[in-house]
Design a protein around this ligand. Structure first.
Ligand code: NAD
Length: 492
């Protein structure tokens, strides 16, 4: 058997071994060992923070037009390595190759948008706020910033932040999920080729001890987190208590409403992709479908058929539409939640538990599952499942459906399927969620729009991506200047 690689950290422009404990990284489709990831100590994180702190003095003085040249080169390298990176995402995370390519595309799009920093980072000014006095607002970088990433988008999520942080003149630390560290290991091999000043960008692998060191290090001025809501709350409060700027994207339970006038074929195809794409492990996955009136019958039949016939298998194989979930524990948790739904009175219309996927008996597979007649007040209607399970709730009016959407704990996404402009306008206006889809199943904002979670799906003010990221990674400085008229209006 060949030795599995031991992953490294990248600190101060050098690859380095970690002295701490290591954890296995496995392929969720096969349970095969892929690598061992370090669980870095606080001392290792501190070394990265200090390197980043030192590099900040050089990097903030590098003109923005030069800083983005590194990003142009990074984009080219990401394009060159696109296939290999996508394969790595599938290997460690389980999603299909097409899904992996989709997330990489959004990662690259964020690099492209951050190349606009010389425009996006500009301040404002006004001459003569009083006679002979001018006022200007300039944006300056914060210093060191860090991202703590989840497992479900190993290639994309660090890019919601990192390109903007660097382009704005901050130095940076990436802490990937310890369950999927391989993709960032490869991305950092590309970053290493850019010849950035040492310490500008750092990779520190690890888990809770590493995260806590990020939350407490005084040089780190801003933290971006994406992951589950309980951890988001913890990170938000501890980082804020330490005086840091912080943005935390949390969990979700996304509803889609299907009206009787919706195109049922299109709605079924799109909502199935939303609920079962990435094996339901997507913060914008449809998790509850609320039908209104007669949509109940047509939609239930169609979605049940689509769920039952979806091709499940190793995401690297062609024709596979859905891969495994991330770990055996995750599969057990999802299966126990399906049972909870049944115990609470729902019908398991399509049961994806304990499937046999030939050749992949060790993989963590669940097939698409549909729970029918879910009680809106039940636990299963509220809990984030984070697996390929869609709950069907039947209501009579759009008003009731919007009220149910708005009663939820989370506010990441809500979608409506209809051919009525008036219904769409009402829904867009009233739905309490930060990302809205009208005849769209995964309302993921492009890189030039903010990823706008609400309620328990987001803690903070400024979101990831685009102009919000520029504001998050800069602090404003306001300068008021007076020059005596006799000085500036004399003949030179
Ligand atoms: P997670 O919260 O378990 O882990 C996220 C990160 O936090 C990891 O890097 C992990 O090492 C770290 N972490 C975990 N427990 C910690 C603790 N007790 N103290 C300090 N750090 C800790 O999340 P996950 O399972 O990797 O990702 C799935 C979750 O992320 C889901 O809830 C999903 O909805 C959410 N998510 C949200 C968005 C969004 O944009 N809102 C996007 C993707 C994923």
């Amino acid at each position: 058997m060949t030795q599995s690689p031991i992953l490294q950290n990248y600190i101060n422009g050098q690859w380095c071994d970690s002295t701490g404990a290591h954890q296995d990284v496995t392929n969720p489709a096969t349970a095969e060992l892929l690598a061992r990831v370090p669980l870095s100590s606080a001392a290792e994180l501190n070394a990265a923070a200090e390197a980043a702190q030192t590099a900040f003095q050089i990097w903030r003085r590098t003109p923005p037009t030069q800083r983005v040249q590194y990003l142009f080169r990074l984009k080219m390298l990401l394009e060159e390595q696109f296939e290999d990176l996508a394969r790595t995402i599938t290997l460690e995370c389980g999603k299909t190759l097409d899904e992996a390519k989709g997330e990489l595309r959004r990662a690259i799009e964020n690099v492209e948008i951050a190349c606009g920093i010389p425009m996006m980072m500009q301040g404002t000014n006004l001459e003569d706020i009083a006679s002979g006095i001018d006022e200007l607002m300039i944006r300056q970088p914060l210093r060191v910033a860090a991202v703590i990433a989840p497992f479900n988008f190993p290639g994309m999520i660090p890019f919601w932040f990192m390109p903007y942080a660097l382009a704005c003149g901050n130095t940076y630390i990436v802490k990937p999920s310890e369950r999927v560290p391989l993709t960032m290991q490869k991305v950092f091999q590309l970053l290493d080729k850019l010849d950035l000043p040492p310490g500008v960008i750092n990779l520190v692998n690890g888990a809770k001890e590493t995260v806590d060191a990020i939350l407490d290090h005084p040089a780190i001025r801003a933290i971006s987190f994406v992951g589950s809501t309980p951890v988001a709350r913890y990170i938000y409060s501890r980082a804020a208590a330490n005086g840091k700027r912080v943005q935390c994207q949390g969990g979700a339970k996304n509803p889609v409403i299907v009206l009787p006038d919706a195109d049922i074929d299109m709605t079924t195809r799109i909502t199935a992709d939303s609920a079962f794409g990435c094996a339901g492990q997507r913060c914008l996955a449809a998790s509850v479908a609320i039908t209104v009136g007669k949509a109940r019958t047509t939609y239930t039949e169609a979605i049940a058929h689509t769920a039952a016939t979806r091709q499940v298998g190793n995401g690297l194989e062609t024709g596979v539409q859905m891969g495994p979930v991330i770990t055996a524990q995750s599969r057990e948790r999802i299966e126990s939640l399906i049972q909870l739904g049944a115990d609470e009175g729902a019908t398991v219309l399509v049961d994806g538990r304990q499937p046999q996927i030939s050749g992949y008996e060790q993989g963590h597979f669940i097939r698409p599952t549909i729970l029918q007649n879910v009680d809106p007040g039940s636990e299963i209607a509220k809990t984030e499942i984070f697996g390929p399970v869609l709950s069907l709730i039947y209501l009579d009016t759009l008003e009731e459906a919007i009220a149910l959407v708005n009663s939820g704990q989370y506010g990441n996404m809500a979608c409506l399927f209809t051919s009525s402009g008036a219904a769409a306008r009402r829904f867009r206006y009233e739905a309490e969620a930060g990302n809205i889809g009208i005849n769209i199943g995964v309302a993921a904002p492009m890189a030039f729009f903010p990823f706008s979670g609400w309620k328990d799906s987001f803690f903070g003010d400024l979101h990831s991506q685009g102009q919000h990221a520029v504001e998050f990674f800069t602090q404003t400085k306001v300068v008021v200047e007076r020059w005596s008229q006799k000085d500036w209006s004399r003949q030179f």
